[in-house]
Ligand binder design. Structure first.
Ligand SMILES: Nc1ncnc2c1ncn2[C@@H]1O[C@H](COP(=O)(O)OP(=O)(O)O)[C@@H](O)[C@H]1O
Ligand SMILES: [Mg+2]
Length: 259
């Protein structure tokens, strides 16, 4: 089932065209990866999906209904949960408190034991091994925090989960753990948008791959039509790095034999 459908979406910040003609479909129980270098427009795309920004071209449909969201609340109410790179957590507050932030239980007095228990259960259900939900969330590793945020979205019944570069600041091992829970969210039936600039991470879990370059689509492939090697080449081809290496004259000597 199609949860989200963006068609030929465009967005400008004043004179800067951040996005142009970008299309993306998010299906239930599927992981849609959006790949691109810095400045490619990845964050702009998810800000449109999450209701932080509005598109000024093209269309955006949620569950078949055309929308133009004017607040993150509207996206949340439609079941779209977004996990930003700089996670909005209160570092000194316990894990369970962050888990229920903005959705606290208890009418007159916080029902602490219940929130604590539910947090523990929700994390366990996802297979997340956290001994003490009373520890301040600031003591968790970046990867663990991403995992808690994913479990939170699943627990509160999100239909679509948008993750902005969840592995960007992580090492190999922690990235693997986060990707495992991204897959767990998919298995729980959510439609996932995984933003990354790492083709290896994308290919580990992705069902569909959309490449962005300077705000435009540079490729869109279902998993069945692309392998890791081609995905990596597409990501690297025409990247700023390749251009820089050309400018610096550091191109492959096989291509340009010395004269
Ligand atoms: N709030 C903003 N105001 C002006 N320009 C912006 C803003 N946000 C992003 N941009 C510009 O839009 C382009 C795409 O940025 P962004 O969506 O953050 O890309 P990415 O997440 O892929 O690095 C960049 O050129 C960036 O400088
Ligand atoms: Mg970004």
């Amino acid at each position: 089932m199609t949860l989200l459908e963006l068609n030929e979406v465009g967005k400008a910040y004043g004179a800067v065209r951040a996005l142009e003609g970008v299309s993306l479909t998010v299906e239930q129980g599927r992981i849609s990866c959006v790949l691109g270098d810095n400045g490619a427009g990845k964050s702009t795309l998810i800000k449109i999906i999450a209701g932080l920004h509005q598109h000024d071209e093209g269309s955006y449909a949620i569950a078949g209904e055309q929308v133009r969201l004017s607040s993150p609340r509207q996206a949340l109410d439609r079941g779209i949960a977004t996990v930003y790179q700089d996670l909005a957590v209160v570092p000194l507050m316990p894990v369970w408190r962050n888990f229920f932030l903005g959705a606290e239980l208890g009418r007159f007095r916080l029902d602490v034991p219940r929130m604590r228990r539910i947090t523990q259960e929700a994390l366990e259900k996802m297979g997340i091994d956290l001994h003490d939900v009373d520890q301040p969330i600031g003591t968790l590793s970046g990867g663990q925090r991403q995992c808690v945020a994913i479990a939170r979205a699943v627990h509160f019944g999100a239909k679509a989960l948008i993750l902005d570069e969840p592995t960007a600041a992580l090492g190999v091992k922690q990235s693997g753990v986060v990707l495992k829970y991204v897959a767990a969210a998919r298995d729980a039936g959510l439609g996932v948008v995984l933003i990354t600039h790492n083709p290896h991470h994308a290919y580990l879990v992705g069902d569909h791959f959309t490449l962005l370059k300077r705000g435009r689509m540079a490729g869109s492939h279902p998993r069945s039509e692309i392998n890791l090697e081609r995905l990596t080449t597409e990501m690297a081809g025409g990247s700023d790095l390749a251009e820089l290496s050309h400018e610096l004259g550091r191109t492959d000597p096989k291509e340009h034999p010395p004269t």
